[in-house]
Design a protein. Structure first.
Ligand SMILES: Cc1ncc(COP(=O)(O)O)c(C=O)c1O
Length: 314
C-alpha cells in the first residue's frame, strides 16, 4: 500500500498542527491573556510558519527521525505562560496547551522552582529503582502529594510512567483479579498454568477480554491499541485482540432540551454493553474489565474523523 496519502491524511487529523501552521492560533489571540506574567502579551508573527529555521531543522531531523507530525520547532526557554515562541521567534498563543498536556503553561515559576529544588533534582539525577531502593522521603511524599488527589475510597497508589502504561497495567490487574476470584486453590510452580503460559496458551494465558467504546483513545501499546477506536490510522496493519467494542452515547445539547432523547440514547448504549458482555462470555472470552473515556475529545475537540467513524458504526 502506498503510505504517502495515509501520512498526509494523518497530518491533517492533527488540529493542533493545522491551527498553528495556518496561523489561526495567532490570529484569534488578541483578546486572550496569559496565565503567568511574562515577556509576551500578544502574538507576534514575523515569518511564515513553519519559518526558515524550522524548515532547516525539519530537514536535519528528517535524516534520523520521523518528521511527519512536526508542525514547527519550539524555543521552550523563550516560551512563557500561554505564549509559545517558535524557532523563528514567532510568538503564538497556545490555545490547546500543547496537546492538553501543559495546563499550567510554559515555564510556570512555581513549577520551575519546585523542579529546581534538590528534593526534585536528586531523584531525577540518581533515577533510583523505586520498587527496591526508595528514598527515605518516599512514603511521606506519596502520602502528601498523590493520595490527597485520589478518588474517594482509593487509598493505594501504583506509579506508572505514562497513561498507556497505567492502562496496560490496569488491564493486567483486572485479569489477575478475575483469575484469582475464579481459581479455587493457589497455584504451584509445577502446575499446567506455569508451563502453558510460557507458550502463550491457556490455562496459564487465559482467554479474557476488555470491553471498550467506539471513539475512545487509551494509548498505542498493543493492549491499549485494541481498546483505542478514535482513528483507523492508529491501528492499521497492527494485529489486535478481538475484544468487544460498544457504542458510546452521543448526547444532544443543550441537555435540558433533549432529556428524553438522551435517556433513550444512554439506554440503547447500555443495552449494547450488556449484550456484548453476554456474547463474550458465551464465546469463552469473558469481559474482565471495561475501559471508558468519559469525555471523548482530542485537545478539547471531538474531531471530524472520530465523528465519521462513529457514524459509520451506527
Ligand atoms: C484518554 C487518554 N488515555 C490514554 C492516553 C495515553 O497516554 P500517554 O500518551 O501518556 O501514554 C491518552 C493520551 O493522549 C489519553 O488522552
Amino acid at each position: 500500500m502506498n503510505r504517502a496519502p495515509l501520512v498526509a491524511r494523518k497530518m491533517l487529523q492533527y488540529p493542533f498542527a493545522r491551527a498553528y501552521s495556518s496561523g489561526v492560533a495567532a490570529a484569534v489571540a488578541s483578546a486572550a491573556t496569559s496565565t503567568v506574567d511574562g515577556p509576551h502579551t500578544r502574538p507576534v508573527v514575523k515569518t511564515a510558519i513553519p519559518g526558515p529555521r524550522s524548515k532547516a531543522l525539519l530537514e536535519e531531523m528528517g535524516k534520523s527521525l520521523s518528521t511527519s507530525q512536526v508542525a514547527f520547532f519550539t524555543d521552550y526557554e523563550q516560551s512563557c505562560g500561554n505564549y509559545m515562541v517558535d524557532a523563528d521567534g514567532n510568538v503564538l498563543l497556545d490555545l490547546l496547551t500543547q496537546i492538553g498536556s501543559l495546563p499550567l503553561g510554559y515555564n510556570h515559576p512555581a513549577v520551575m522552582a519546585a523542579v529546581s529544588s534538590s528534593s526534585a533534582l536528586t531523584p531525577l539525577v540518581t533515577r533510583p529503582s523505586l520498587a527496591m531502593f526508595p528514598p527515605s522521603s518516599w512514603p511521606e511524599l506519596v502520602q502528601s502529594t498523590l493520595l490527597p488527589l485520589a478518588p474517594r475510597g482509593l487509598s493505594e497508589v501504583t506509579l506508572m510512567m505514562c497513561g498507556t502504561c497505567a492502562n496496560e497495567n490496569a488491564f493486567k490487574a483486572a485479569f489477575i483479579n478475575y483469575m484469582d476470584v475464579k481459581r479455587e486453590k493457589p497455584l504451584t510452580p509445577d502446575s499446567e498454568e506455569y508451563s502453558s503460559t510460557m507458550l502463550n496458551q491457556p490455562p496459564g494465558s487465559p482467554k479474557l477480554s476488555i470491553l471498550s467504546f467506539m471513539g475512545g483513545f487509551h494509548g498505542r501499546a498493543l493492549g491499549t491499541l485494541s481498546c483505542t477506536h478514535s482513528k483507523p490510522i492508529h491501528k492499521l496493519d497492527i494485529p489486535a485482540f478481538d475484544w468487544p467494542v460498544a457504542l458510546f452515547p452521543r448526547l444532544q445539547y443543550p441537555l435540558d432540551q433533549f432529556v428524553r432523547e438522551n435517556e433513550m440514547e444512554e439506554k440503547r448504549c447500555l443495552a449494547e454493553v450488556e449484550e456484548k458482555m453476554e456474547k463474550a462470555a458465551k464465546a469463552g472470552e469473558p469481559v474482565a474489565a471495561i475501559i471508558i473515556e468519559p469525555i471523548q475529545a482530542e485537545g478539547g475537540m471531538w474531531t471530524e474523523t472520530t465523528f465519521v467513524n462513529w457514524l459509520c458504526e451506527c
